[in-house]
Design a protein around this ligand. Sequence first.
Ligand SMILES: Nc1ncnc2[nH]cnc12
Ligand SMILES: [Zn+2]
Length: 365
Amino acid sequence: MLCGNHNADFPTMTDYRPVFDQNFGKISAERLPELLRAMPKAELHMHIEGSLEPELIFALAQRNGVAIPYASVEELRRAYAFTNLQSFLDIYYAGASVLLKEQDFYDMAWAYLERAAADNVVRTEMFFDPQTHTARGVPMETVVNGLHRACADAQPKLGVSAALILCFLRHLSEEEAFETLEQALPFRDKFIGVGLDSSEVGHPPEKFARVFARCRELGFHLVAHAGEEGPPAYVWSALDVLKVERVDHGVQSAKDPALMKRLAQDRIPLTVCPLSNLKLCVFPDLAQHNLGALLDAGLVATVNSDDPAYFGGYMNQNFTQTFAATGLDVQQAWQLAANSFEGSFIDAAAKRAYVDRLNAVFASF
Ligand SMILES: Nc1ncnc2[nH]cnc12
Ligand SMILES: [Zn+2]
């Protein structure tokens, strides 16, 4: 079922672990960019509001009669010079203010899904931030129905399997997260999990212990941003207090060897977002990104776009720019794509089928 909340027993992350075929090692390094673009992949960390391109912001502002404090698309794009997460979030929430009607949410999601299909994304688990919209008086129903309709159209029209993950904003209170959950429960069959995003430092996972416990009882998949700018302690508490199945970002985990061991042993996927980390100054340049070190440590690291309209790249640009800057190889390309399927919230048979497709593409090179 598309976008379904599978309340039955979830397959665990460790139920399927694909293995690299050494024959793929013979593929020429020159063909790596082409291979990175062609390989089927899953995207596990993308905020749908972060896919809103400046052109669409202007078009929706006009359609809805919403004023925006920028004279042109170019002026808005010029404002995308971020120094840290908060400097980005301020603009990101302002951009989302043009979304009012169900069709706006559909159009935004559809534009992303078409772009994802062009990058050979075959599975996507998209975050949405309902509180950004309900706080402006947009009903939960409008948000969820618009996004879900685009997800439901994606498989038959684009060959992309799409699902939604509802994120709580961590700069708001746990009480507000509970209210959001209550508002969303009538639509529980339209999202598969919950996450935690927004300003990280000063808002540790523990703040949301009770609401995550409730979501766990309800059978939702659980993820949380942790270790993007925040310390390894936040990743520990995402795992041990919130009991998340994946960690979003998690790159700061490399500072804590015991945590790295835990993540590797439990095969907890990290949804890493290289261009986001670059644009938000988490790493000074892409060449210094620790994606290769995470893979070398045996972690289930994946590549994702986070907020592609703001950070200068969708999936394939994240792959090609990171590989060009860090010198990752063919085996690591395969590993990242295989990890994306292993880390996704689909059943073991679907994971196997996607990895078969991945292997067929590698075999054709
Ligand atoms: N990179 C990010 N970190 C935290 N919250 C976000 N919301 C959108 N993008 C985010
Ligand atoms: Zn994110």
